[in-house]
Design a protein around this ligand. Structure first.
Ligand code: UGA
Length: 451
């Protein structure tokens, strides 16, 4: 593509180009100019797409970021949705089996960790559920495909597509009168933002806007429940974290994009009357979890006998701890948020009256030090971890999270019931089964917990 870059001053380039079209007697005619500028625009466009480098990370490559990810670029360009058979699958997945109050929910990020659990739970209850997922390769897509397989068995169709694909979203809202959107598609992970900042902006900012644009134009307008993050509290030092605390000092770009999402939610609620609920998740873990999260790759590395890096804090904030929250508890919170979401009031892009705008912490209320997380994993796996304790790098991590959940308790009836020991036991059981870890193989590294 480099030959498409202008090497000479533009006017040279201009006249040289125009000599290729001799039938235009006047090289400066309006038509020639139009051709010339179209060519320049096309060259720039192609150069932008084809010369953008790929992610440098070998195992956490690119994300929901079309410019950084060739496979995603392809999937955005090729239309693999539409047609009568596809529409039939969409409609059947959205059929409500629980009347009269059944919901019809579009779940974005349905092949993701929280999205897959939420989709299955809603479908089991008899709600109509349609999934949407880009299946990008931020982490192993085979795990996403496995989640898709269990959703298919549960009667949930997952459409393969991107949240930034406005035509696809319009089509979905044309085919199905969704009552709710559970928007869980996002570029997750705090530390990866240092490697691929653009993917956070595209998924968490542009992607959210794209969903809200589609929702505000839909008729009826759905209510939106979406995933914010405990990371919005950033450098807040008041504990436990309450929804009324400051969230204007994010420590990572990830947190900044989630905080931006909360402000964007305000705009769409204010202008268009969309009912919007943001849920601040606190380090959600459990079976079918995300391989980029510490509890997951610690398990993998401990089983392999590989060293794990355990962060410790700086100065007085010595203990690094998280309010780890078990997936089933979080899913109950999501379902309650959907059930209690008031209606959007607008139609056809016009606001008709005020609509609810809510934000809730979904945490566990019991922070546990990361060193204790490792102790529990060691006991469950019966393998001693090889720990490398290092000072927490300045990579966007915060030392401590702790949720005050009284608001969610009051409005959603949210009540987490799973402690870290219990939740990790279920995770480890799933992990060993899913990856077919043989007891014999594990014993080589020191043994394995037996039930
Ligand atoms: O709830 C949240 O707000 C966030 O929770 C997690 O972010 P995080 O809490 O950083 O979860 P992990 O990446 O699993 O890290 C857990 C703990 O392990 C520590 N850690 C991580 C990696 C490592 O190599 N060593 C280590 O000690 C981290 O500092 C952190 O304290 C998710 O990755 C985010 O997507 C989510 O928004």
């Amino acid at each position: 593509m480099s030959q498409m870059k202008p090497e000479k001053p533009l006017h040279h380039h201009h006249s040289r180009l125009l000599t290729r079209w001799p039938h235009h007697s006047n090289p400066y005619s309006p038509f020639s100019k139009l051709l010339f500028w179209s060519f320049c625009a096309l060259s720039l466009f192609l150069a932008f797409f084809l010369l953008t480098p790929n992610s440098p990370s070998p195992n956490l490559h690119s994300t929901g970021d079309p410019s950084q990810n060739p496979s995603l670029r392809r999937s955005l360009r090729t239309t693999n949705w539409g047609g009568p058979a596809w529409e039939k699958k969409v409609r059947s997945s959205c059929r409500v089996r629980r009347s009269p109050n059944g919901l019809t929910v579009l779940v974005t990020g349905a092949a993701g960790f929280v999205g897959s659990h939420l989709s299955a739970t809603l479908r089991r209850r008899g709600d109509g559920v349609l999934g949407l997922d880009s299946f990008n390769d931020y982490y192993d897509p085979t795990l996403k495909r496995a989640r898709q397989a269990f959703l298919e068995k549960a009667g949930v169709f997952v459409v393969e597509g991107d949240i930034n694909d406005a035509a696809l979203l319009k089509k979905l809202f044309d085919v199905v009168p969704f009552t709710h959107v559970a928007h869980l598609a996002a570029q997750a992970g705090v530390r990866y933002a240092l490697q691929n900042p653009g993917s956070y902006v595209r998924s968490n900012v542009a992607g959210l806007v794209s969903i809200l644009e589609a929702a505000k134009s839909a008729n009826p307008q759905p209510a939106i429940v979406w995933a914010s993050s405990s990371s919005v509290y950033g450098l807040n030092s008041r504990v436990p974290f309450s929804e009324s605390d400051r969230t204007d000092r994010p420590a990572s770009l990830y947190a900044a994009t989630k905080k931006a999402g909360e402000e964007i939610a305000h705009v769409y609620n204010h202008i268009y009357g969309l009912s919007i609920t943001g849920l601040r998740f606190f380090t959600v873990y459990g079976p079918w979890g995300r391989p980029d999260m510490a509890y997951f790759f610690f398990t993998k590395d401990i089983l392999k006998g590989k060293p794990i890096t355990v962060f410790e804090g700086h100065g007085s904030a010595h203990t690094v701890a998280r309010d780890f929250t078990y997936i089933d508890d979080v899913v109950r919170g999501c379902v309650a948020a959907l059930d209690t979401a008031g209606k959007s009031t607008g139609s056809g892009g016009k606001k008709r009256g005020p609509a609810p705008l809510r934000v809730y912490n979904l945490g566990n209320t019991t922070p546990v030090p990361v060193s204790e997380l490792v102790n529990i994993l060691e006991k469950l796996l019966k393998v001693k971890a090889v720990r490398k304790v290092v000072k927490m790098p300045r990579n966007g991590d915060v030392p401590y999270t702790h949720a005050n959940i009284s608001l969610a308790e009051r409005d959603l009836g949210y009540k987490p019931v799973t402690d870290l020991q219990t939740g990790l036991k279920r995770f480890v059981k799933w992990y060993l089964d899913f990856y077919s870890v043989k007891k014999e193989a594990v014993k080589e590294h020191g043994g394995l917990a037996t039930e």
